[in-house]
Design a protein around this ligand. Structure first.
Ligand SMILES: [Zn+2]
Length: 177
């Protein structure tokens, strides 16, 4: 399966994803393609809508102390449900779908998540730190929300200007090649 990252302002990123009901080979193939894509693009999380699939699927791999992302740290979450969101934290977030832009975003510090794995088995975990932040960022994707939607209107305007400029420069570089 060949995947391509969907980038802002692609309208698909505003889509609300649907629950997964079939835990079949197609789902496994998608997950098997999403995982290396996340690692190869230096992501710590990736939601299916970011590769154009509007289903409640996400993968996460939080770097360890050495900055490594070994395969055993991979978490595949299907149909995640968040609860017990507590505390407050701020982190400079980026997004594979909004390249070259980073911004401080406020999130809950800890949360509880119920989810299913690729075979439909149910799991739950309590998350804090970067894992908690990444889960909130990815679950936002499933609801059609990007981290830039959380900016104040003046920051958002500045972003749109910078991003448009970046896209234009990208285009002109491509044309030269
Ligand atoms: Zn993202």
């Amino acid at each position: 399966m060949k995947l391509k990252i969907v980038e802002y302002p692609d309208k698909r990123l505003k889509q609300k994803s649907l629950k997964v009901t079939k835990f079949d080979n197609e789902l496994h193939g998608l997950l098997d393609a999403m995982n290396p894509m996340m690692i190869n693009t230096n992501g710590i999380g990736l939601a299916a809508i970011q590769v154009g699939v509007a289903l409640e699927i996400l993968v996460l791999n939080i770097p360890d102390e050495e900055g490594e992302q070994p395969p055993e740290n991979l978490i595949e979450m299907i149909n995640p449900i968040l609860s017990d969101k507590k505390g407050e934290t701020t982190y400079q977030e980026g997004c594979l779908s909004v390249p070259e832009f980073y911004e401080d975003i406020h999130r809950f510090e800890t949360l509880h998540v119920n989810y299913q794995d690729r075979d439909g088995n149910t799991h739950e975990l309590k998350a804090d730190g970067l894992l908690s932040i990444a889960i909130q960022h990815e679950v936002d994707h499933l609801n059609g929300i990007l981290f830039i939607d959380k900016l104040t209107s003046s920051r958002r305007r500045k972003f749109e200007k910078e991003y448009k400029k970046m896209l234009k420069e990208k285009k002109s570089t491509t044309q030269k090649v």
